[in-house]
Design a protein around this ligand. Sequence first.
Ligand SMILES: [Zn+2]
Length: 368
Amino acid sequence: MSEDNRNVTETENSESKKSVKEMLGSAKEKADAVKDKANTAKKKAIMIGRLIKKNRRVQIFLVVVLILLIVLLSLVVKGVKTIKYHGTEEYKLLSKGYTEDEVKVILTMTDEQKRFLLSHEYNESLDDFVRAPYFMLSKLDSYLTYKKAYPTTPYSTIVAYVNTNRDREFYVDTVETDVSKGELMMVNKYYLLPASYEPADLQSVPATYAYDGVKLSKIALDAFVNLCVDAKKAGYTIVASGRNGYRTNEKQSELWNDWKDEKGIDYADQVAARPGASDHQTGFALNVVDFDDNLTSFDKTGAYKWMKAHAHEYGFIQRYPNGKSEITGFAFEPGHYRYVGVEVATAIHELDITFEEYYAFYIEGAIK
Ligand SMILES: [Zn+2]
């Protein structure tokens, strides 16, 4: 190889070395750039990762807050509900001691009765009395007292007795009856008429419809005549028995004293009223008999059956029914009828109660 050639080659060599160096340099630069990019990307990735992590924490935080809010809200709702429930009649009754069954029944009662039960201490008899027919709030203390003395007496019987004053002896704490009530005046062993009382419009019952000397108040007389006329059409001759319409206080006194002298006070009190306590003094009462058959007891006659079924249509009630002596104070008197007007007579007939029970609940009980 010549010197020149060698020089050329050397030059070439150094040049190629230079370019390799350059190439290497740029490659390194490129590699650095890639590395930078990679670093940047890595940093970004880390940042994103952190961001994601941060977001997840926020999400978890939000979910927790939400759950807490729901729990809190349900507690508040529950609390409000409880407060509301504590204000209900149901809760108040249950906390008074009534059973769930009793509460169910009480909730169907009138507002007045519910208020009454809520304002009183629990008593195991209270709701039974309130449910009994003809229950009167004003008499509850007396019902409870009676129940204590006679625990086996049914609630409805106690109500009937107390309402009609049977929680005390006959003729004890009597009052003067209110005659302004007219044909609805109560006269019995607790409600007395003054000795001087005499109806202003007494008239004699015509002989066709009565034995001797029967007088009645005009309104009762007219109704009785209508009754007799219709009974006759049905085949029965009903008449008023002698002197057993209006009766004076004096006459009643004689009657009762005669019985007393003959059979003693107890018997006299069963069959006759003491003066002032006779229904006959009102002028609205009379004893009827079957004109065609007054030898048998009146309650065995067809006329009696007719009276039982139709007397109320004319305003009359059987005043002393069978089995009701404990309330009326008098033995069964099949023929004793009392005028009270068609409306009240029909109600008493349909309710199948005594005048005493009707009077206590619908007449006196209605005035409060
Ligand atoms: Zn009589």
